[in-house]
Design a protein around this ligand. Structure first.
Ligand code: WTA
Length: 636
């Protein structure tokens, strides 16, 4: 049925028009034809961006895992759902069928129930990229528990904040994780975090690395032992369309991380529909997304989107550089991957190592290659197109956010013409606008402004866990009646969109969103540090890297610059994680401030970017004198 699977540009235009003119009819048809429901909805959509409140498929009842698993058992029971490619190439890949995945999910769901987890309870998942991660997520969804996956690169402090923010009752983790040549003791990190999480009752531990770990009696259990005794049958909990499915934290520009709350029916419909079209997935294709499940890309395009479509998808535990820089291409050839989806930072890192690692691979199976997570620069786009796509695979540059749940701007491969660095056109049902600072919409083409969305789409986050006011303030208060993305964008002469980057205090480093405020808070904990300001600057591989401007209260005794810098980065690593470490640290006498005492980051950003002639007017500063010395001592 063409509406579900768009095949040419004319169809895209027709379907897009219908999705805008009659959104309710359009989404109801997709929902009706492609999914199984216990009960259909009474109303497709009700919304009010001033509250804000958005409801899709109200009155419907379903369980998303029945759409990911049960219904495939009739036609795809022996089809591979997941190909697990371990960290080390000597370890055998596992092919997990839909029937096997179904059974594992039911067993784990029964374990969760036996340990007292009930519908609506929050379960924290802190696991490496192993099949148990997928199973744990689906087991939660099976019984209506709300999963909160925390990327297993976050520190104990960051993990504890996330556990406490949504009062998780249970933790699912592993003894350790393999990352290239390294092993990480995850259980130790969990133990450290739990010192500060009094409400968490149970820890289930997957055995992966064989690392020695401490098991606390009555709190910690080896998962395998419990699974061995669990029944393989677990009826799905019947959920309402708007029941919470998961919480996923994303950095805010101020304060603590935001627990974006996603609900069930709309999220399911939109992620499944985008997956099918953005990757032009056909029944026997093998799809591979290299993201970590700890991010939204993994939730929507490793777990829910592919499984709702009965797809076969690769799950890779390791890193692109181990044992060498050809690992990705070896895996593509080994499993005959048809759709490959990765991040610009990975492409840049691989391109830097030279074409030798990729050139020798024919990569004949590839049909579509995608990117996500940050703007892709022209050089990286072209390298990807030439050496990976061999000029025959469309590059889909997909733009979306944790908050949007699913892909919002993207070419549809073999349908939309591609253009380097452009995410091109809105996906079906997505109504974009570019706004000026005064809140007026730029009409027509060849304009640039702040990117907003004017109409609800099914997979949008419904709230921030425990703080609906913050949800309203962050996303619905800047522009009246619109969702504000926090990104800037331009629309070219043909109407194609290019995302130019964040316009707030979030910096994307190697595809990870980092708020500057929590990093500064970590730095300021140092006993000799008075104040700090963190800004981004362009980096060849990471996209952006972090530059910290720091003032001292007093010079530490036995002052040693290198030692102090190390201490600062250690503080950041313990509070947030190693990904947030500063690349450059400049100690300065003062930081430029407005008369109301606010640090003028705009000026520091220009200095970090070495664009000294773009500082603008600094005469209105409280302390314009400090700027000269900062410029003079800047690190370039
Ligand atoms: C950025 C990741 C340019 C953007 C899916 C957005 C992009 C933020 C692209 C969300 C892209 C994501 N081109 N920028 N194709 N995709 N971004 O929540 O700034 O981790 O607001 O979701 O990443 O990051 P998040």
């Amino acid at each position: 049925m063409s509406q579900y699977h768009i095949k040419n540009l004319q169809e895209y235009l027709q379907v897009y028009k219908k999705s805008i003119d009659e959104p309710e009819t359009f989404w109801a048809e997709i929902a009706e034809e492609q999914f199984i429901w216990h009960k259909k909805w009474n109303k497709v959509l009700s919304w009010d961006f001033t509250k804000p409140e958005v409801k899709w498929f109200e009155g419907a009842q379903l369980n998303i895992t029945e759409n990911c698993l049960d219904r495939h058992l009739i036609t795809r029971a022996n089809k591979t759902a997941i190909i697990f490619e371990p960290n080390h190439p000597n370890e055998k890949a596992q092919h997990i069928t839909y029937a096997a995945l179904y059974e594992q999910v039911c067993k784990m769901a029964n374990v969760l129930k036996a340990k007292g987890v009930q519908k609506g309870d929050r379960v924290c998942i802190y696991l490496p990229m192993i099949p148990e991660l997928t199973v744990a997520i689906l087991a939660c969804a099976r019984i209506g528990a709300v999963h909160s996956v925390v990327f297993a690169g976050f520190s104990a402090t960051a993990l504890a904040t996330r556990i406490n923010d949504c009062n998780c009752k249970m933790m699912i983790t592993s003894d350790g994780s393999f990352r290239g040549a390294k092993t990480l003791n995850l259980k130790q990190i969990v133990d450290d975090a739990l010192v500060n999480c009094k409400d968490l009752e149970t820890v289930l531990v997957v055995k992966r690395t064989g690392e020695e770990v401490q098991m606390e009696i009555e709190r910690d259990f080896w998962l395998e032992e419990l699974l061995n005794e669990a029944s393989p049958i677990c009826p799905a909990e019947i959920m309402a369309a708007e029941d919470p499915l998961f919480i996923l934290y994303t950095s805010g520009s101020t304060g603590k991380p935001k627990g974006m709350l996603h609900t069930t029916a709309g999220y399911m419909v939109y992620t499944a529909y985008t997956f099918k079209n953005v990757f032009q997935y056909e029944e026997n294709d093998v799809y591979w997304c290299t993201a970590d499940v700890g991010w939204i890309t993994g939730h929507s395009y490793i777990i829910y989107g592919p499984l709702c479509n009965g797809a076969t998808s690769v799950m890779f535990e390791g890193v692109p550089s181990f044992p060498d820089y050809s690992r990705f291409w070896q895996i593509v050839e080994k499993h005959n991957v048809n759709q490959f989806y990765t991040a610009p930072t990975a492409i840049r890192a691989l391109a830097k190592e030279g074409k030798n690692y990729v050139e020798v691979f024919k990569l004949k199976s590839l049909k579509v290659i995608g990117t996500v997570g940050e703007p892709i620069n022209e050089e990286a786009w072209k390298w990807y197109n030439e050496y990976v796509g061999k000029h025959k695979c469309p590059v889909v540059d997909t733009w979306f956010q944790t908050e949007t749940g699913g892909i919002m701007i993207t070419p549809i491969p073999y349908v939309t013409p591609t253009k380097p660095t452009f995410a091109t056109l809105p996906f079906i049902g997505v109504q974009l606008a570019l706004m000026d600072d005064e809140g007026k919409e730029f009409k027509g083409n060849q304009v640039a402004g702040r990117l907003t969305i004017k109409f609800p789409w099914p997979s949008m986050a419904r709230s921030i866990w425990g703080d609906h006011e913050r949800y309203k303030n962050t996303y619905f208060s800047t522009f009246k009646n619109q969702y504000f993305t926090g990104d800037g964008a331009l629309r070219d002469a043909t109407g194609f969109y290019r995302i130019t980057g964040r316009v707030d205090d979030i910096i994307i480093v190697s595809g990870h969103n980092l708020g500057t405020a929590p990093i500064e808070d970590a730095i300021n904990e140092h006993e000799y540090i008075a104040e700090s300001a963190v800004v981004g600057f362009p980096h060849e591989v990471k996209g952006n890297a972090l530059y910290g401007f720091i003032t001292l209260k007093e010079t530490p005794p036995n002052f040693n610059l290198e030692a102090l810098e190390k201490q600062i980065n250690t503080l950041i690593a313990t509070h947030i994680g190693p990904i947030a470490k500063l690349d450059k640290i400049q100690f300065t006498e003062g930081l430029p401030k407005t008369r109301s005492g606010k640090i003028m980051r705009r000026i520091l950003r220009k200095i970090a970017e070495n664009k000294i002639d773009e500082l603008g007017d600094i005469s209105t500063l409280l302390n314009p004198d400090c700027v000269d010395s900062i410029i003079e001592n800047r690190l370039v």
